[in-house]
Design a binder for this molecule. Sequence first.
Ligand code: PLP
Length: 372
Amino acid sequence: MTESLSPDSLLVALGRPHSAGSPVNEPLPLTSTYRAGGELVYARDGNAGWQALETVVGALEGGSAVAFASGMAAVAAALETLPAGALVAHSRVAYHGVAVLLHDREAAGRLRVRAVDTLDHGAVAAACEGAALLWVETPTNPLLGVVDIAALSEVAHARGAAVIVDSTLATPLRQRPLDLGADLVLHSATKYMGGHSDLLLGVVVTREPELLGALVHRRRIDGSTPGALEAFLALRGLRTLSVRLERAERSAGELARRLAAHPAVTRVRYPGLPGDPGNELAKRQMSGFGAMVAFETVGDADSAERVCAGVELITHATSLGGVETLLERRARYPAEVAAGTPETLIRMSVGIEDVEDLWRDLARALDAVAAS
Ligand SMILES: *Cc1c(COP(=O)(O)O)cnc(C)c1O
């Protein structure tokens, strides 16, 4: 029956016990070991709570999912499947934790890395020569560029490189990288999947049995296992992803349009805006434009910081994907400045509050800067 269900229904229906008299939710399994004679021996092998979450995420992405303690634990496990000395070509605009981890591995002589502009297909082709892996992120964080997964998968595969897509900003509901040719999809489930800013969790999904086995092995041996409570909460959050995302995305589109017309804003980046560099590709590759908006303010870093300090309903904090709207000036991190993030760029994760309340809050903070 489930093959014919839409993702919005799979989210709700899968990963539940089915026998008569069972609870409708997988109970929270708090144990570090199992009675001998069963499939599971020790808690690093797995538990029914992770499996329920993995069943849902795997079905949404069209592969088999492996859950990890955090998005970064998932990133580390994916990189750890590569042999020593392997070359990784990676998106120059990437989640800064990924950039730091790649840099650390390179400094330790564990991997070789090559940063590339993934919007430039010729440059990606050159960077993939001799590479074992191409690391793609789309939409990119925080510039919200849209990268062509199908085209780059062809380019990378032709040169013998596997492709991983960090699809955190798109969620499994807005793009399916495995269908477009990627070998691995990664999510920080801390963000949209969990959706309530109350947990850390990561997921990697693949269709390739060898990669799946390697990832499960890494989790067991490195101990990068998700907490039982976190997996429970992530699945509970995931149940409502489609309604949360629908609302947040609608508000993001509206706020992006209004921001573009505000005198204190010099540029808005949102793939849903006509004329945005990623708009045409996003229409083909994604089934919606997501709920992240980035904008640059007039003035300098201090002006942008005053906007961040001036909001009241909106929370000035890092992270994204929760029900509450968050914003921050990304160039407050030195690594982001080095990666080319403009000084006044504010990244906003639009939540599910009333859009008029959000706009009043934002406009008031922006008006104060425009008037000064
Ligand atoms: C947050 C994030 C990560 C890291 O995930 P954690 O759960 O914070 O460890 C990786 N990639 C992207 C795009 C993210 O936003």
